[in-house]
Design a protein around this ligand. Structure first.
Ligand code: FPP
Length: 253
């Protein structure tokens, strides 16, 4: 029995977020360059996207490039960008075939014209698809996103467009993830126990899943395993176990 058979399909998380980590260490273990690790990470991206689409997950957000990643050696940054450009080119037909639509979060304005162009083209081409929404976090950081929201709220207040109190719901509307549910599950590979500035606002109630598997080794089975683990947990949202059981009994009457 594989982990896939243990997944309860009508209790799937709607939104899964992934911190893809460990490409560099994977390559080093093989005596190769960090860039080799990133190139092999693309296979894991493909497997994860396919697994999510096949299961019927609605949103999958991948942390592909953080704001902090600009601090890496120029050669590595360039390699990551050209990997993105070639992947967008190679994989768009597969996205179309599988009814997947692409979106991006992050400060896209700092990406080169070539990367931004390919990205926008792929987003437009897939915009009519109704299956999985694949969101790439590019030049993204949670603190940047929150400050960006605050500044846009400030501008709207100054322009007289906003004169109500700021609720959590209104604030969410100013985030890059507007109209998306918060992730129920966040997966991080490579045995690191950190959030690294990813989706800080959105993960308030998210279940965290950490695996020692290095990203280039991550396969469908690892993805299924994370979902099975998630489904065994009880999500309480600050309530007691008893309150939740009472609620379930009322709903199931
Ligand atoms: C972290 O590993 C990984 C990244 C910073 C980039 C992730 C990019 C890919 C998987 C390739 C292309 C992506 C798409 C969407 C086509 P690391 O370099 O931090 O590894 P380390 O912690 O072992 O050094």
């Amino acid at each position: 029995m594989t982990h896939k058979d243990k997944i309860i399909l009508d209790k799937l998380p709607e939104h899964i977020a992934v911190i893809m980590d460990g490409n560099g260490r994977w390559a080093k273990k093989k005596g190769n360059s960090r860039i080799f690790g990133h190139t092999n990470g693309v296979t894991a991206v493909r497997e994860t996207v396919e697994a999510a689409a096949e299961l019927g997950v609605k949103f999958l957000t991948l942390y592909a490039f953080s704001t902090e990643n600009w601090n890496r050696p120029k050669m590595e940054v360039d390699a990551l960008m050209s990997l993105l450009v070639s992947s967008l080119h190679d994989e768009t037909p597969t996205l179309l075939k599988n009814n997947i639509s692409l979106a991006a979060i992050g400060d896209i304005s700092r990406l080169t014209d070539k990367v931004a162009g390919r990205l926008t083209a792929a987003i437009e081409k897939t915009s009519h698809n109704t299956g999985l929404k694949l969101i790439l976090a590019l030049n993204y950081s949670g603190r940047w996103e929150i400050l960006d929201a605050v500044n846009r709220i400030k501008a709207d207040i100054a322009a007289g467009k906003l004169n109500t109190g700021i609720t959590a719901e209104l604030f969410s509307y100013y985030l890059n993830t507007k109209n998306m549910p918060d992730p129920e599950l966040l997966i991080r590979t490579s045995g690191e126990y950190r959030i690294s500035n990813f989706l800080l606002w959105q993960i308030a109630y998210t279940e965290l899943y950490f695996t020692p598997t290095l990203w280039p080794d991550f396969r469908k089975e690892d993805f299924y395993k994370a979902i099975v683990d998630f489904q065994k947990r009880e999500r309480r949202f600050g309530k007691t176990s008893e309150q939740l059981n009472q609620y379930e009994q009322t709903v199931n009457k």
